[in-house]
Design a protein around this ligand. Structure first.
Ligand code: GTR
Length: 429
């Protein structure tokens, strides 16, 4: 190699190294999560109530409207308000789970001037029900066919995240995915308890990757995509939340087996962040459950314990609105925090759940949000969360504001659901 060529190669190599060290990928690798309670920064939470204001039902309404606007503009992004058409079609029904469950599959068709989009909704209700039943509604990570070993359930044709375990090949779901998420959806236990469970695939609403908001329901509203000029418009979590409201439209208008006034939105992890924001935006939901929702869900952002605002905005730049990135490494500047999000659900029953080994999601930060939201429940005439501090593992406190800490990892399992069924009982009564 000539010395000139050597110098050029060295220069180019160094250039790559310098550019590489600034790339988001490498910056991401360098992130070290804080798991040390003594290193949690000292922080002051934004108040739930207007400073020095009265804590009454009357004063809550304007404060709630103000907070909704802040969460919409600064964090999740606002959904469009323009018109759309919606149609429901029952595409299949039959018995499942040895005849215990009625399975119904609906296609929810959405249309605007910009195009059409459809989402498949799967509903299980107890066959022996004598009246419409209270029902859980939640999104799945990999499609309706993954929630049960049932050959009749439609396999999604939407884009899926790569996963051999879930039978995804080249970002497409396959037959091999059937039932692979059934531990997260104990349908038999739910129908045995007298409740329904409905689900659709989050990627049917909006694919979970950073696509410049060109597909999913974003594509129906091209004039409302987030861009440099409008960084406050809806990210993917807001799109999922909007989609869940369309599923509720279907349950309320089309599904006679479901009690549409008693639908509780449930979600795990990123979908638990979504369930809280969904119920905040749509008062028709009778309650909400967030399972291990962590940063951007129930966990207080200011604690920066485990996943932080900067980390989540770097790994998942499409989840929140553009303006949320202003708070990367700058949580104390946020005009909001997640205890206020939980409070937005009052007086409807809310359940925040954590897992002991799920430090990334900050169980203590999740607990504190539930606890602090209680002030609004109390002002509205209901009991708040009865626990004073983070309880020992495998303790569930069920009430209007519920919380549990399950022993184990980041997941949603039968123990979690057994408690969600107990929680649902208060909605049924
Ligand atoms: C993680 C993310 C979390 C949580 C989780 C999930 O990678 O950092 O905020 O949402 O994914 O949804 O499983």
């Amino acid at each position: 190699m000539s010395s000139q060529l050597f110098r050029a190669t060295l220069f180019f190599g160094l250039g790559l190294f310098v550019a590489g060290s600034c790339s988001p990928l490498l910056a991401q690798k360098k992130f070290v999560a804080n798991y040390d309670e003594s290193k949690v920064p000292s922080y002051q939470l934004p108040p739930i109530w207007q400073d020095d204001g009265e804590k009454t039902a009357e004063s809550w309404q304007p404060r709630r409207a103000e907070l909704m606007q802040l969460f919409g503009n600064q964090m999740y992004g606002t959904p469009p308000e323009s018109e759309f058409k919606i149609r429901f079609e029952e595409i299949e029904s039959g018995k499942s789970f040895d005849g215990k469950a009625l399975r119904q599959q609906f296609r929810v068709e959405l249309a605007t001037e910009a195009g059409e989009h459809s989402i498949d909704l799967l509903v299980f209700t107890p066959t022996n029900a004598t009246k419409p039943v209270p029902t859980f509604l939640g999104l799945s990570f990999f499609g309706n066919h993954t929630v049960a070993d049932d050959k009749v359930i439609t396999v999604t044709s939407s884009w899926c995240r790569s996963s051999k375990d879930k039978g995804v090949e080249d970002n497409r779901a396959t037959e091999a995915g059937r039932g692979t998420s059934k531990s997260r959806w104990p349908v038999e236990m739910i129908v045995d308890a007298g409740f329904g469970v409905a689900t659709c695939y989050c990627g049917d609403i909006d694919p979970d990757f950073d696509d410049g908001f060109n597909n999913g329901v974003h594509a129906l509203f091209p004039g409302h995509r987030p861009d440099a000029e409008h960084p406050d418009r809806w990210g993917t979590i807001s799109a999922w939340a909007w989609g869940l409201s369309r599923m509720l439209d279907c349950l309320q208008q089309e599904v006679k087996a479901v009690d549409g006034e008693r639908v509780v939105v449930i979600g795990h992890s990123r979908l638990g962040k979504t369930s809280l924001w969904t119920a905040a935006m749509d008062a028709r939901f009778a309650g909400a459950i967030s399972n291990d929702s962590g940063c951007g869900g129930a966990a207080l952002s200011r604690r920066a314990f485990g996943e932080t605002v900067e980390r989540i905005n770097t790994s998942f730049p499409h989840w929140f609105c553009g303006d949320f990135k202003r708070y990367n490494k700058n949580e104390s500047a946020l005009p909001i925090d997640q205890h206020q999000l939980v409070a937005l659900l009052a007086p409807r029953p809310v359940y925040v759940a954590s897992a002991s080994e799920d430090r990334w999601a900050d169980p203590k930060g999740e607990f504190l949000s539930a606890k602090l939201s209680s002030t609004v429940y109390e002002a509205l005439g209901h009991a708040g969360l009865k626990l004073e501090e983070l309880p020992p593992a495998n303790t569930a406190e069920i009430g209007r504001v519920s919380y549990h800490l399950r022993e184990g990892k980041h997941d949603i399992n039968a123990w979690d659901w057994a408690n969600y069924i107990r929680f649902m009982q208060q909605i049924a009564d």
